[in-house]
Design a protein around this ligand. Sequence first.
Ligand SMILES: Nc1ncnc2c1ncn2[C@@H]1O[C@H](COP(=O)(O)OP(=O)(O)O)[C@@H](O)[C@H]1O
Ligand SMILES: [Mg+2]
Length: 298
Amino acid sequence: MPRRTEASRAQTPYSGSTRAGGVRYDAAGAEPHGTVVVFTSPSGGIGTSTLTALTGLTLHGRDMECALFDADLDGGGLDVLLGIEHEPGLTLQDLDAPLGHIEGEALNHELPQWDGIHVLAHTPWRGGRPDWWELEAAAEALADANDVVLVDAGRGGAIPHVPPFAKARQVMVVDLTVLGMARAKAHLEWLHGATDGAGVGGEPPVIVGVEPRGAPRHRTASSMALTEAIAYLGEDVIGPLRVTPSLCADMLEGLGIRSVPKHNRRAVGALADEIRATGGRRPAAGEEPTTRGRRRSA
Ligand SMILES: Nc1ncnc2c1ncn2[C@@H]1O[C@H](COP(=O)(O)OP(=O)(O)O)[C@@H](O)[C@H]1O
Ligand SMILES: [Mg+2]
């Protein structure tokens, strides 16, 4: 399969003429309609995929057409997390973008839905790793056909290879612990490089602090930790995202995520506000960032 280059895309002679993996492809079109937001965290297991999904639910509840894109190539299984793995439809393993372009509405149509949200899952047990240009084509297609595309990028390995991810607004999910903060600082640095300078002339990543699991119940220091996190990172931190045993229990029982838990609505709502306020994109050169320097807690 040819690797896509700018030249090959520009010279593509087809328009809507090929079909592969059940999706129609055509030549690359204009700027995508929707916006791409990339979620990463410095370490696995802290709830990044769950937060991506909860944010999708919240934005969808605000009448935004949403897609969830599982680009955690070392993990995957967003469909299982959501409890929709038996729904018919395409996953990343079914995509084939020989012309480097996928038609957005057609892709949307062939994806399984979770509560009205289109889900492109990574299912490594069903096939090989997708190529970078396939991720790029899928991101562009989803952005064409949705108001917002929430990408679960795991630790972010795909970001430097997929321009729509590198250009997107970043959300960094961090553990509100000392170790979490140390890792967060390193991840912020890494993101800065991987996104070619997010935070310089654009918006810094939105940071969401997650309450540590297993902390004793009577410990109320989590909001303190949020203040400390803000001071340590020198950036706003939304949160804390609370540990919700019922959410975990539902997932363990294979019921997936059913709704945004009540005591997480404020934090997830604040993140959704932030995404809506910036349209999910980093502002163009000369455009004023909207949140830089504000201190916020939810
Ligand atoms: N807010 C939460 N409260 C309780 N359990 C959670 C919460 N968020 C995630 N979990 C649980 O933690 C596990 C890991 O979550 P996941 O979103 O897959 O993390 P990550 O994507 O960071 O690896 C899952 O089993 C999930 O049920
Ligand atoms: Mg994950």
